[in-house]
Every structure is written in structure tokens, then in C-alpha cells.
Write a protein that binds this ligand. Sequence first.
Ligand code: T5A
Length: 223
Amino acid sequence: MIRGKFITLEGGEGVGKTTNLAFIKDYLEQHNISVVVTREPGGTVLAEKIRQLLLDNKSEAISDQAELLMMFAARAQHIKHVIEPALAKGKWVLCDRFTDATYAYQGGGRNMKISTIEWLENLVQGALRPDLTLLLDAPVEIGIARARERGAFDRFESERVSFFENVRRAYLLQAELYPERIKLIKANQPLADVQRAITDVIRILLGLSSLNCSASPRLGNVK
Ligand code: T5A
């Protein structure tokens, strides 16, 4: 059995991860690939309960340490019960956020030590890393405006703009550190153009194209 591929979608609030996850799933299925779609925090019964606790903006104040550990507790369940079994069966796993979100939100947003995140990443994931990460990037105000249209904000969405600017910076730093894995997609363009850029990247992963794609990990002119 050939192990499946692990693809993650990342980016700030409202950049279009959920929208494009459905698009990628359809595209892969058209190429006869069996896909498991999942998300973080979440993906198992227990991890979804942890998600509810993390997103509830009426709960008691959650300390930064507790938030970080809850993210990795949910991730440990998710990897054991969903991600690893699917990959082992040859399925491709398409995940809405993964550990790059922890580097961005808890590292960049909450200013938690990167070495602590790395330690937890190694503990919980072992050698597991995504084969491909699509980082949807847009100016913070665009993502927040899109998310606002959906209604009430959750605990993260209620943060200040400076928090999201730090999150965005941390995501872009991740892309700079791992240019082979993380492909930057400009998300502040019409959806059809976003999806064309995504398709270019996925085609390379499928071995359908080796041409230079329109998405680029380079960080110039990201506005
Ligand atoms: N978190 C998560 C951490 O802090 N640490 C971690 O380790 C992890 C894993 C999870 C929260 O948890 C935090 C980060 C998050 O705050 P979430 O629901 O996964 O929350 O994340 P959100 O960003 O809140 O998800 P959203 O659903 O808000 O954003 P999406 O999925 O990026 O956006 P989407 O697809 O729902 O699109 C939003 C709107 O924009 C439109 C869509 O139609 C939709 O209406 N849209 C476009 N409009 C115009 N042009 C385009 N190109 C468009 N693309 C989408």
C-alpha cells in the first residue's frame, strides 16, 4: 500500500481555507484519489470538544500555556485516530489548519516560545509533517471583513488587529523557512484566480505538471 499524501491549508481568519478545501477535494477525486477532509483543532469527537472549549468566547480566560497544550492535545487525538490511519490506507488527508497555525497563532500571536512549540511538535507528531501546505495570504482587514459577514466572532476572531498582523507575519516566516513545503497563494484576488493558483500547485504534486506554477513561496509584494 502506497502511503497517502498529507495536505494542509493555512492562513489567517476568513482567507478562504474552507471554501478552497472543498475545491481541492473535488479536484483530487476527479483524479481518482480517495480523500479524507478534516480540520484542526478538531477531527475526532474529543478533539471537537476541545475545539468548542477553545473557540468559546464566554469561557473563563484561557491561559496561553493551556491554549497551546489544548491545541496539541487535540492534535494528538487527531493524528492517532484520523490522520495516520487514513495515510496508512493510501488515502490523502486534506486538513484545514495544522501545526503551522500553532507557530502562527500561539507563536506569533501569543508570543509563546518557538522552542516550546518545536518540542511539542516533535513529541506529538514524531516524523509526521505535511507533504504540502497551501498558505492563503491576504491583508488582515480583508480576511476579517469576510469573516465578519458570517456573524458573531469566536474567541480568536475577537482578538485585536495587531494580533492578526503578528499571526500573518509568523505564517509568512514559516513559508520563508520551508519554501519546498509551503506554497504561498495570494488570497486577495478573485476566487477563480485563487483556485487556478491552487490547481497549479496540486498538479505538480500529482505529477501532472512540472512547470513553474503561478503560486510562489517568495515573500515580495504580498500586500
Ligand atoms: N488555531 C488553530 C490556533 O490558534 N492554533 C492552532 O494550532 C490551530 C490549528 C480555528 C481557530 O483556531 C485557531 C485559529 C482559528 O482562529 P477556524 O474555523 O479553523 O478556527 O478558522 P477560521 O479562520 O475562523 O475559519 P474561517 O471559516 O473564518 O475562514 P476560512 O475557512 O479561511 O474562510 P472561508 O472559506 O470560510 O471564507 C470566508 C468567506 O470569504 C469568502 C467565502 O465565500 C466566505 O464567505 N471568500 C472569498 N470572497 C472573495 N474572494 C475570494 N477569493 C474568497 N475566498 C473566500
